[in-house]
Design a binder for this molecule. Sequence first.
Ligand SMILES: O=C(O)c1ccc(O)c(O)c1
Ligand SMILES: [Mg+2]
Length: 628
Amino acid sequence: MKTSIATVSISGDLREKLAAIAAAGFDGVEIFENDFLAFDGSPAEVGRMIRDHGLEITLFQPFRDFEGMPEQQRSRAFDRAERKFDLMQELGTELMLVCSNVSPLAVGGIDRAADDFRDLGERAKRRGLRVGYEALAWGRHISDHRDAWEIVRRANHPNIGLILDSFHTLARRLDLETIRAIPGDRIFIVQLADAPLIDMDLLYWSRHFRNMPGEGDLPVVDFMRAVAATGYSGPLSLEIFNDQFRGGSPRSIAVDGHRSLIYLMDQVARAEPDIAIDVPVLPERVAVSGIEFVEFAANETEAEELVLLLRAMGFSQIARHKNKDVVLFRQGDINIVINTEKEGLAHSSYLVHGTSAYAFGLKVDDAAATVARARALGAELFEQRHGPDELAIPAIRGVGGSVIYFIDAKSELAKVWEIEFEPVNDAGDDAGLMAIDHLAQSMNYEEMLTWLLFYTSIFRTRKLPVVDVIDPAGVVRSQVVESDDGGLLRLILNGAENRRTLAGHFVAESFGSGVQHLAFASRDIFQTADRLAELGFNVLEISPNYYDDLEARLGLEPEFTGRLRNRNILFDRDEGGDYFQLYSQTYGEGFFFEVVERRGYRGYGAANAPLRIAAQKRTLRPKGMPGA
Ligand SMILES: O=C(O)c1ccc(O)c(O)c1
Ligand SMILES: [Mg+2]
């Protein structure tokens, strides 16, 4: 199936939009009339520019307030249509979208509208053009695709067809089964959009909050399954009205859009194995069984500080790389790599961002298949020169230019620690840390949907509802992406709206998005806390007021809250059970570690986040005093 996107979906002038759309791999564009009107070139020039990009014009739109007008307005509407037909012929496109009439002058009536469309069909036919009719969810008389289809059916003209738009159908929660009965060849084009569930006026919701399929909450896959059942084989065209996308990066929004369509088609093909759909074949979504390692890039001095910190959490250095300035620290199943090489991505990453967790490795069943899926979804491959006795670990680029490596047990990859490293003898007592519970990445709010779609389309993960975390300086939106089978990948995306929040400061001062915190799972957080105190760990101090409130709120025993308070442990409880957390102070521009213990608890301690953030901001190093 061909992929297409409406020019209205991304930012920039028409030239920038087309370049981004073509680069992202789309086959076609819908020309939104306003983009054309604002452009200072003739229709023929615009048409040529589009074709020079290897794109076809899948649709010209919108033509408004056409059907069911009283005389005078009716003949004027036909005159207007003829003018637009002239324009379409100069542009070089043959399909026009008419959206259902919103004018108060419009008279209702299915047959009256059908008559108008039959006449318009005749005019279109003379010019070799076609017209599609779309029900706007807020149309005056027609707001339901079933009624639009009935008008098209009664117009009974080969040049008049139906246009379906997932937003209008899903926003009104119309029965999707009604789509299956429409003959696929009577559907002239299918427009796709998702949206977050927000209770608001349909027109406002549609014009400001649409997003790419998979980024919102609407069942776009179910909609597309019904469309596929009709035998429709025309373009799938994104039509995304979104205020944020209008101000975003044309390139990255276009890449997101293309990714959303590939992922959507992939889901439809898997859900409807009996329907022949012409879609790219890609490996299925990848189950991640955990984070194999996290790698920090640092210079030598800062690496020493990091090492002190790791030792204060009970980590031991267990190996060093045979050829590179890279060392491996371990505790339980947690592998922390510190890379102080003077070349390669680690070094350039250090130069740009300072000491940071610039890479991590995920455990998967098949690393090659993982990369194949990621590539099919438009992810960027990462390859770096490696020595003859080193492994080529498959990898892609992630948030903020970071790297995600894939380790499987199928190949030699799982033996990377033995193959590339040599052991060193430095085992100390550990602090009861067993595994990485979760990894949190901070980014600008505008990037969140991009990375949400990235993670959910490539990996077998699901998103939880966005949580607004109140920082003293603003709101940070927090989005969990976790294994959808309750597996072991847990990621948090924190979207900062301003640079004065803890997350925003981190993004601004470390020059980009990245891993801001790592949470380790403890066997017994009380024992861990006591051990960390012996090791000289700088725990984040929590206000006594918190424990008074906790006691009252959850009805806890004073003896229990006393034990929490003495160790600066935060507590939360949900239907599943109890959650314990403690934090490090912040390092550098706001990086920190967390230790958690879950006793059946499923969440992430959102209730504690505002308080914890306020405490951490007190530990941020004052500006202008490096190293202080
Ligand atoms: O908001 C609108 O007016 C509008 C116009 C054309 C469309 O295809 C659509 O879905 C909405
Ligand atoms: Mg539409």
